[in-house]
Design a protein around this ligand. Structure first.
Ligand SMILES: Cc1ncc(COP(=O)(O)O)c(C=O)c1O
Length: 284
């Protein structure tokens, strides 16, 4: 919901969120023709910002959309949005769409992309959920075949998450061809005999910025990460499981369907990786 006291960025202007408006003819609304990013904010600073800007650039390239302002400017505006909203711990969202055009499937000849941003203060470093862990429900992966692009077409993910919540779980782990692809809005991991496993990068999953940072941090701490798919059964029998995302950082998974993972509490490697990630983020 828009918050009047909060400042959003809309196509060059900083406006209160209740005044922030986009046309009904925006292709982001009509076709889901747009890209987004979510960057964590810790101690008022954007975390993994270079990785998020690099992924934004790549996603835009994949859908043949030029950003309305250079990527470096987008990065600077995001920082401004964070500052204007006094966000110290939370996240900043940005969305670039192909803008307003007559409703027609082909891309407009001379697109005027829309760029919007907003920020939220959400304490997420020390939460009850991160201490306890979450339970996930497996569900068929009904998304399109270019999940490496961070598009705003999120309906299949929203449906999977809603169904998981309706069934009493916290999130969904999506499954295709007998293997877990990823969570509804996060990357999925298991830990077996001290080895962390996560699906390799391909068009099947989003290349998470948190995933990328975590793999680097694990290597520095001699924690082995194997990038290969795993099945729901492997996950249920694993010692530990967790997810990563800009909004959850490293979040323990303690239950999958009706199975308890490990002893049902966050595992030591998961906890260590969460600490490492937060320490690195705070160190800037
Ligand atoms: C489908 C999907 N996978 C993975 C991620 C995690 O990416 P990141 O760590 O960059 O937030 C997200 C984040 O929104 C996502 O939507």
């Amino acid at each position: 919901m828009p918050v009047a006291s909060q400042i959003a960025y809309v196509n060059g202007d900083f406006v209160s969120e209740d005044q922030a408006k986009i046309s009904i003819f925006d292709r982001g609304f009509l076709f889901g023709d747009g890209i987004y990013e979510v960057t964590p904010v810790i101690d008022g600073r954007l975390v993994d910002r270079a990785a998020h800007m690099q992924r934004l650039k790549r996603s835009l390239g994949e859908i043949r959309l030029e950003p309305p302002v250079p990527i470096d400017d987008i990065d600077a505006i995001q920082e401004d949005v964070v500052r204007r909203n006094s966000v110290t711990e939370g996240r900043v969202y940005l969305q670039v769409s192909r803008g307003v055009a007559e409703r027609d499937f082909p891309f407009p000849q001379d697109p005027k992309p829309s760029l919007i941003m907003f920020a939220r203060q959400v304490p997420f470093l020390d939460t009850e959920t991160s201490r306890r862990g979450i339970r996930v429900k497996t569900a068929p992966d009904l998304r399109w075949k270019r999940r490496d692009i961070k598009t705003v077409m999120l309906l299949a993910s929203a449906m999977a998450k809603q169904e998981a919540i309706d069934a009493g779980f916290d999130d969904a782990w999506m499954v295709e061809d007998g293997h877990v692809t990823e969570g509804s809005s996060n990357n999925a991991y298991i830990v077996e005999n001290g080895v962390v496993r996560t699906r390799h990068l391909s068009t099947d999953i989003l290349p998470g910025c948190t995933r990328r940072a975590l793999i680097a941090l694990a290597a520095e701490s001699d924690i082995v990460v194997e990038e290969r798919p795993f099945s729901p059964d492997e996950a249920k029998a694993a010692d530990e499981a967790f997810i990563t995302s800009a909004t959850n950082l490293v979040m323990p998974v303690v239950g999958i369907d009706d199975a308890t993972v490990g002893d049902g509490t966050p595992g030591p490697i998961t906890k260590r990786l969460r600490e490492l990630y937060i320490m690195a983020a705070k160190a800037g």
